[in-house]
Write a protein that binds this ligand. Structure first.
Ligand SMILES: Nc1ncnc2c1ncn2[C@@H]1O[C@H](COP(=O)(O)OP(=O)(O)OP(=O)(O)O)[C@@H](O)[C@H]1O
Ligand SMILES: [Mg+2]
Length: 239
């Protein structure tokens, strides 16, 4: 296992956003995370990535206890994430956005030219390398955010609703990119997504959250047969 969480809890005042969340991710695999709005999916990313301190629980990554590390320390160990709202440095070019990721995301603060070029090639960003990020469409902006992560030479990538707002053909292109990243060098991926069909198609394993609690963990195909998942999405049928 490259990532393992035990009894993760996160409260915001009286709201229990995460309650005893156990999660395991196998190296090189894709874990899909689903759940209704407000289920705690982004909060889970925020506590794993060190953006929010945990209320309780333990996180092990790549054989190390990272529970109390802050976000840049977590990133320097090879665990990176994208945000639900596309985030780039708007006044920097695509190349410089990726360079910033590669510089500050690495422990030695030395951008790797080789990795930057490899990432630009992998994500098809060459024609935009000198374009200011503010001029990019949504799909390309998301690719730049992804590229900045990959250029850190990460081991595990967490994607928070990367497909939101994309057209059907862009979703297909994005999934192709995810498959390439996963295949190449065996980067482990955790992906949050609302479209269940799509998530099932791309994931090796799935986890569903509802009200901060894990209600399903298992094979992607098993999701549609699970009573708790059905009730959480469609409501309970009264006898
Ligand atoms: N910084 C915060 N302060 C207070 N409450 C928060 C904070 N972040 C999240 N919450 C609350 O925690 C709960 C879980 O939110 P979270 O953003 O993790 O849900 P989500 O599953 O990502 O939802 P969505 O699908 O809409 O993105 C929600 O009730 C939300 O209002
Ligand atoms: Mg969210």
């Amino acid at each position: 296992m490259i990532l393992e969480t035990k009894d993760l809890c996160k409260s915001f005042g009286s709201l229990n956003a995460l309650q005893n969340v156990d999660l395991t991710v196998e190296k090189g695999k894709i874990l899909g995370i689903a759940g209704p709005n407000g289920a705690g999916k982004s909060t889970l990313f925020n506590v794993i990535a060190g953006h929010y301190p945990l209320s309780a629980g333990k996180i092990d990554f790549n054989g190390e206890d990272i529970t109390r590390l802050n976000s840049h320390q977590v990133c320097h160990r090879g665990l990176v994430r994208t945000f639900q709202v596309p985030t780039t440095f708007k006044t920097l070019t695509v190349y410089d956005n990726i360079r910033v990721g590669s510089t500050f995301g690495r422990k030695d603060f030395k951008a790797s030219k080789g990795i930057i070029e490899e990432t630009i090639e992998l994500l098809g960003l060459n024609e935009y390398r000198d374009t200011e990020a503010s001029h990019l469409d949504l799909y390309t902006t998301k690719m730049v955010m992804l590229a900045a992560c990959l250029a850190t030479d990460c081991k595990l990538l967490m994607l928070d609703e990367p497909l939101a707002g994309l057209a059907m053909n862009e979703i297909e292109d994005f999934l192709q990119v995810i498959r390439k990243i996963s295949g190449k060098g065996g980067i482990t991926i955790i992906m949050i997504e609302h479209i269940l069909d799509t998530l099932i198609e791309i994931s090796d394993h799935m986890l569903v959250l509802d009200n901060g609690t894990v209600i399903y963990t298992g094979s992607p195909e098993g999701v549609f047969e699970d009573q708790q998942v059905i009730e959480c999405y469609l409501g309970k049928v009264e006898e």
